[in-house]
Design a protein around this ligand. Structure first.
Ligand SMILES: O=C(O)CCC(=O)C(=O)O
Ligand SMILES: [Fe+2]
Length: 309
C-alpha cells in the first residue's frame, strides 16, 4: 500500500496554513526591497567583511561568539552525543564524512536555534535569497584514522556545469570541536567558486597543493561556503572526536536532500520566527498533489528577479 495521498494533502495543508499565518507577520521581500532589507541586515549585524570573503574566497568563517554563544555549541554537542546512543550513524562508511547522523532537526529543538541564528542565516540569504530552504541537518563525527574527504564542490552531482557565479546550494558548518590539521579540519581552495566547474579527477586528492588552505579554526566558529567552492577535509590523526553540524541549504525551487515537511510539527512552526516555515519548504508553491498549487503560495514565490529573494 502506498502513502494515503488524501491524508497527505490534508496534513500538508494544515502545516501550510499555519506557515501562511506566520508569513503574514513578516512577508519576505522581492526585487529591490530584498536587496535593501539584506543590506540593512548585513550592516546591523556587522557582516560586511564576511560578504567580501564570500565574494572573493567563496567561504567565510564567523569567529566564536559571532553566530552564537559557546553554550549553544555545548548544547549541540550534547544533543549529537545523545543521538549517537540511538540513531543509525554508520550510513556512508569510507566516504570520508565519518559517522553521519542524518535529519537531526526533529530530534532536539537545539538544532532549530542553530538554524535560526541571525548572522549565519543572513549569510545564507546573501548566497541563496530569503526563500532559501534547509536541505540537510546532519551531524558528522570523525575519530582517529578517519580518512581524508576528497576535494569536491557541493554543486557537483546536482547541477550541470558550467555554473554561473550564483550559489544554488550552500553549507553552514558549526564547528563543535577545534579544527586543526591533526583533527581533520575542512580545507578549501580559496577563489575556486569562480571557476564554475567541478574539481577535475586528478585534483580530488590534492590536499597538499599550495592553493589549499586548511581551516584551523576554534570550536565555536561557523563556516559558510558557496556551492561551487572546492573543499574537502584532511585526515584525522589525533585521538578524540571531531564533531560537526552541517546545515546545507538550497534555493526555493530546488529539492532539499532531507524531507523536512514530513517531520515539521505545528509546535516547531509556532515557536520560531516566520522564516522557519520557509526554511522547511512550507511557503514554497510546490510540491503538490491533486490539490495543486495554491494561489496564495504562488503569490509568495521569488517572482521579482533578484538573487536575494
Ligand atoms: O566536514 C567535512 O568533513 C566536510 C563536509 C562537506 O564536504 C560538506 O558538508 O559539504
Ligand atoms: Fe561538501
Amino acid at each position: 500500500m502506498g502513502i494515503d495521498r488524501y491524508e497527505l494533502a490534508r496534513e500538508m495543508d494544515r502545516l501550510r496554513q499555519l506557515a501562511m499565518e506566520k508569513w503574514k507577520q513578516d512577508p519576505l521581500p522581492v526585487g529591490r526591497a530584498a536587496e535593501e532589507r539584506l543590506q540593512r541586515e548585513v550592516k546591523t549585524l556587522g557582516l560586511q567583511n564576511h560578504i567580501l570573503d564570500l565574494e572573493t574566497d567563496g567561504y567565510t568563517v564567523l569567529p566564536p561568539g559571532k553566530a552564537a554563544p559557546l553554550e549553544l555549541f555545548d548544547e549541540l554537542q550534547d544533543a549529537m552525543n545523545q543521538l549517537l546512543g540511538y540513531a543509525k550513524a554508520d550510513n556512508l562508511p569510507d566516504s570520508g564524512l565519518g559517522q553521519t547522523l542524518f535529519h537531526m532537526l526533529p530530534e532536539n529543538p537545539v538544532f532549530e536555534k542553530a538554524l535560526m541564528a541571525e548572522a549565519s542565516l543572513t549569510l545564507v540569504t546573501y548566497l541563496l535569497g530569503y526563500r532559501a530552504k534547509l536541505s540537510q541537518c546532519t551531524g558528522l563525527i570523525k575519530e582517529a584514522g578517519a580518512p581524508a574527504l576528497g576535494i569536491h564542490s557541493d554543486h557537483s552531482a546536482k547541477f550541470p556545469a558550467p555554473w554561473s557565479n550564483l550559489s544554488n546550494y550552500c553549507v553552514v558548518t558549526w564547528v563543535l570541536t577545534d579544527y586543526t590539521r591533526e583533527n581533520g579540519a575542512v580545507c578549501v581552495w580559496p577563489g575556486s567558486h569562480l571557476k564554475g566547474q567541478p574539481v577535475p579527477p586528478e585534483l580530488t586528492m590534492a590536499h597538499d597543493r599550495e592553493e589549499i588552505r586548511v581551516l584551523e579554526v576554534p570550536r565555536g566558529s561557523v563556516i559558510v561556503w558557496h556551492g561551487s567552492l572546492w573543499h574537502g577535509a584532511v585526515p584525522r590523526t589525533s585521538t578524540g572526536r571531531r564533531m560537526t553540524l552541517v546545515l546545507p541549504h538550497v534555493r526555493d525551487a530546488i529539492q532539499p536532500q532531507e524531507l523536512f515537511w514530513a517531520s515539521t510539527t505545528e509546535e516547531m512552526i509556532e515557536r520560531n520566527a516566520p522564516r522557519f516555515a520557509t526554511l522547511m519548504g512550507l511557503t514554497s508553491a510546490g510540491p503538490w498533489i491533486q490539490d495543486g498549487p495554491s494561489r496564495d503560495r504562488l503569490a509568495m514565490a521569488p517572482y521579482g528577479g533578484s538573487k536575494f529573494e
